[in-house]
Ligand binder design. Structure first.
Ligand code: SF4
Ligand SMILES: [Zn+2]
Length: 497
């Protein structure tokens, strides 16, 4: 056991980090002052920044909710969800009395659905095991709360409990990488360890929460992934990436720009300040920077893994009753992608499968898995094909519809259900719209209703409006597939799992 520990230590000690990738004490003081001043004057007005009162436990709950929602989701999208959530569950205790179904309904459309489930589990744990008190340090938060990792723990502890601990999220990584010219793959353990060391070293001990938010705010609004606004950056004088570009673009062998040439050239010590002296440094760029990219050389993106490709046959089964139509929806398993969400009957199919086989497979699913025999099928049509993107999967949906005309209770025979039968039910249009349904299925319903599929809700793209015209035709499945020269309506939508 002892041997193993000393081996691990020697590996981490062998990671060479050149001194240009760290901050001096003087720089740290200056950075804190400049960033906090800038933050006080420029911070965005966000609902979780306006929590009134001295109740730190309540503040921690609100920050916890906002931080979990903001993971992998843009702040502009989160605001409405956050307000809705806090209106429904203003306290952690009220959340702990809710059901997973209610949580899924409020979370629907926000993506990465397990986040809502973890929040509910966390609330239950705090209420049942921790006397209703959220742990007050980053270490305990991470240890005790499900779904709370190092970043979220640091954010809650620094913002709500004033603990002087740093945070490292995507925005902070970008700012630090540019300030300190860290160009090695930031997903590596070594670079992440360096990022945490830097974040913990620079956090302001008097205003840790505000300081951490100022770093994140700078990354979100000024030091952005594309087109960073270096001219208005409050910490430009500490930025080594911009100094390096300034120096490199003066070299006639690379690229000269008028604005750079109008500035005095870097002094000798300033040049030393952007040249890493450490042999085998594990934080430097792997090779010379691309002057066309400018400061965007940092951070260096890891090579993206190719997206997993899946094809799904999706069938919107509508039964037309005397009053209104109902739609068949099935609940996904409790774990994995889109856990617990409701969807139209959906099955993964092999690439290149014939339309007839696809239809047979859907029939088998309805009959064999859901134990349903659908009678009086009046129409069965192919609607469109659309591509739905997850962070790691590209799903192509072959969307068809089946319309059943029936009297109440007729037209659909159900055999005995077993424990393995997925939960399924008939829901009205309004119930479907308020149910915990994934964005992909909402888009499928839009296409079915002849509405355009848009990449972002609320905005209709010209392309999708045009395509909507095609969707409205709703060609019959058979004719659609037999005429090879006909092209399908194809849409693209995006969601996180
Ligand atoms: S100067 Fe530019 S690259 Fe450097 S930290 Fe500021 S915005 Fe980012
Ligand atoms: Zn280096």
């Amino acid at each position: 056991m002892m041997k193993k520990a000393s081996k691990i230590k020697s590996i981490s000690e062998s990671q060479v980090r050149g001194p240009i990738h760290s901050f001096s004490e003087t720089e740290i003081k200056s950075l804190r002052k400049k960033l906090l001043k800038w933050y006080d004057a420029n911070k965005r007005d966000l609902p979780w920044r306006n929590i009134k009162g001295e109740d730190t436990n309540h503040k921690a709950y609100a920050i916890w909710v906002s931080e979990i929602m903001c993971q992998q989701t843009q702040v502009a999208t989160v605001i409405d969800y956050y307000n809705k959530w806090m209106k429904k569950w203003p306290t952690l205790e009220s959340l702990s009395n809710s059901s997973i179904e209610e949580v899924r309904e409020v979370w629907a459309g926000l993506g990465y659905y397990s986040r809502g489930q973890r929040l509910l589990e966390g609330a239950l744990k705090v209420q049942n095991e921790l006397d209703g008190q959220i742990p007050g340090t980053a270490e305990q938060l991470q240890k005790k709360l499900p779904g709370v990792g190092r970043y979220t723990a640091g954010a809650i502890a620094s913002i709500s409990f004033n603990e002087a601990t740093g945070v490292v999220d995507g925005n902070v990584i970008r700012v630090l990488a540019r300030l300190r010219m860290i160009g090695a793959d930031f997903t590596s353990k070594n670079v992440m360890a360096a990022m945490w060391d830097l974040a913990n070293a620079i956090v302001d001990p008097d205003r840790p929460g505000d300081f951490n938010q100022s770093m994140m705010e700078l990354g979100a609004t000024v030091c952005t992934p594309q087109a960073p606004q270096c001219n208005t950056c409050p910490v430009q004088s500490h930025c080594k990436a911009i100094k390096q570009m300034d120096h490199l673009t003066r070299d006639p062998a690379t690229k000269l720009t008028k604005s750079i040439l109008s500035q005095p050239p870097l002094k000798k010590e300033e040049i030393q300040d952007i040249e890493c002296a450490a042999d085998g440094c594990t934080l430097c760029l792997d090779g010379p920077p691309d002057t066309n990219l400018g400061v965007m050389n940092y951070p260096r993106k890891p090579k993206r893994k190719p997206l997993r490709q899946q094809i799904h046959a999706v069938c919107i089964v509508e039964r037309q009753l005397s009053q209104e139509s109902e739609y068949l929806v099935v609940q996904r398993p409790d774990t994995g992608l889109l856990a617990g969400m409701w969807e139209f009957p959906s099955i993964e199919i092999a690439e290149g499968i014939s339309p007839k086989k696809m239809r047979n497979k859907m029939d088998d699913y309805l009959k064999g898995t859901l134990n349903m025999t659908l009678k009086n099928v009046q129409k069965r049509r192919h609607i469109c094909q659309f591509v739905h993107m997850f962070s790691h999967i590209q799903q192509t949906y072959e969307l068809e519809t089946m319309i059943i005309e029936e009297e109440e209770g007729d037209g659909c025979e159900r055999s005995q259900e077993s424990e393995d039968t997925p939960h399924h039910q008939w829901v009205s249009r309004s119930a479907f719209e308020n149910q915990a349904v994934s964005t992909g299925m909402k888009k499928a319903f839009e296409a079915y209703n002849g509405r355009a599929i848009t990449k972002k809700s609320g905005k209709k793209s010209k392309k999708s409006e045009m395509e909507n015209g095609n969707a409205a035709k709703q060609r019959k499945l058979d004719s659609y597939f037999t005429k090879k020269e006909e092209k399908t309506s194809r849409y693209f939508t995006k969601e996180d799992s």
